[in-house]
Design a protein around this ligand. Structure first.
Ligand SMILES: *[C@@H]1O[C@H](CO)[C@@H](O)[C@H](O)[C@H]1NC(C)=O
Ligand SMILES: *[C@@H]1O[C@H](CO)[C@@H](O)[C@H](O)[C@H]1NC(C)=O
Ligand SMILES: *[C@@H]1O[C@H](CO)[C@@H](O)[C@H](O)[C@H]1NC(C)=O
Ligand SMILES: [Zn+2]
Length: 293
């Protein structure tokens, strides 16, 4: 039996560490990831669409978006996966894989860019005659989630402030940390104000722009240099640039963020969600087309 005072103490400990974990651990919120996966799945070619259906568990009835936040749910159970959701730079507005994609104990590839390469490589086993060493359902869910995360500007942020997790601001009248503003608040405020609190309406609006005002840029979003299957480094470089130019810009401890910030940053958020969806689809197409040959 534990001494009652100890159990109160350990409860308090569990509680505070849960809060800390939550603060550092959000991806895009559930809505952001849902949007990315919906856009991606709607664009898949036949081979990738079939593979995704095969790999998803039956209970989601073929809907990838339902499990697009799975990787956030398992990060507490699978502690090893926590550093795979983000990249930290040493307070500079550029990214390099060699410098920034290492764990604290120097292990290479331990960041969201490394994880995208890792799970892309695993999925190339799909359809091969010998059984894969990996769980390809998990590989698909990780890849789909991390393609979202790497497009959230503050998931490629400064190490010092943990991608804006230690910067306290106000979002209109409520307290928030800057990281959470980009994960969740901008999207939710947009849904409330412009889309009748309806995520499907927001997805439709993004899709319209993909086939409308952004149509001429889609090819370059999708393209990957030297016939690689995935090119996360390009997305990470864009991410830290957007973090400096838009997320951190004009914000310090205690800043009150209201319409001026919301309305000028919303187009960046919707652009990044669109790019993530388009690129996830292109990456899955490249992976699964290769694997049926
Ligand atoms: C690669 O995937 C395996 C299986 O999920 C995992 O154990 C490993 O930590 C991953 N590494 C990276 C860098 O993503
Ligand atoms: C693969 O991973 C999923 C999700 O964690 C799990 O439900 C499933 O049982 C795993 N499949 C195998 C063959 O281990
Ligand atoms: C779509 O593009 C128009 C024109 O640039 C812009 O005003 C609107 O906010 C965009 N909507 C979304 C959801 O990207
Ligand atoms: Zn995440």
């Amino acid at each position: 039996m534990e001494h009652p005072r100890n159990s109160v103490l350990s409860l308090a400990l569990i509680f505070t560490s849960a809060i800390c974990l939550f603060q550092v651990s959000d991806g895009w919120g559930i809505d952001g990831h849902f949007i990315v996966c919906k856009i991606a799945q709607s664009r898949l070619g036949e081979a990738a669409a079939d593979a995704v259906k095969q790999l998803l568990p039956d209970y989601v009835e073929g809907d990838l978006a339902e499990l697009c936040s799975w990787a956030d749910r398992v990060r507490f159970r699978n502690r090893w996966s926590a550093p795979l959701h983000f990249i930290n730079t040493p307070e500079v507005c550029t990214y390099t894989y060699r410098r920034d994609c290492e764990s604290e104990d120097g292990e290479k590839g331990t960041c969201v860019a490394g994880a995208i390469n890792n799970y892309t490589m695993q999925l190339l086993d799909y359809g091969s005659s010998s059984k894969s060493d990996y769980n390809l359902t998990e590989a698909l869910l990780f890849l789909s989630h991390f393609m979202g995360d790497i497009h959230q500007p503050l998931h490629v942020g400064y190490a010092d402030d943990k991608g804006g997790n230690t910067i306290n601001v106000r979002w209109y009248r409520r307290k928030a940390v800057l990281h959470h503003v980009w994960d969740v608040e901008i999207i939710e405020t947009a849904e409330k104000r412009f889309y009748n609190e309806n995520i499907e309406d927001l997805i439709d609006a993004v899709q319209k722009n993909i086939s409308g005002v952004w149509a001429s840029r889609i090819k370059s979003w999708e393209s990957c240099e030297s016939s690689k299957k995935a090119c996360p480094d390009k997305y990470a470089s864009e991410g830290i640039k957007a973090a400096c130019q838009w997320a951190y810009e004009g914000v310090s401890e205690g800043t009150v963020l209201e319409d001026e910030y919301f309305l000028s940053r919303l187009p960046i958020v919707t652009l990044r969600l669109a790019q993530a969806g388009v690129r996830l689809a292109a990456t899955l197409d490249r992976i699964f087309e290769a694997s049926v040959e």
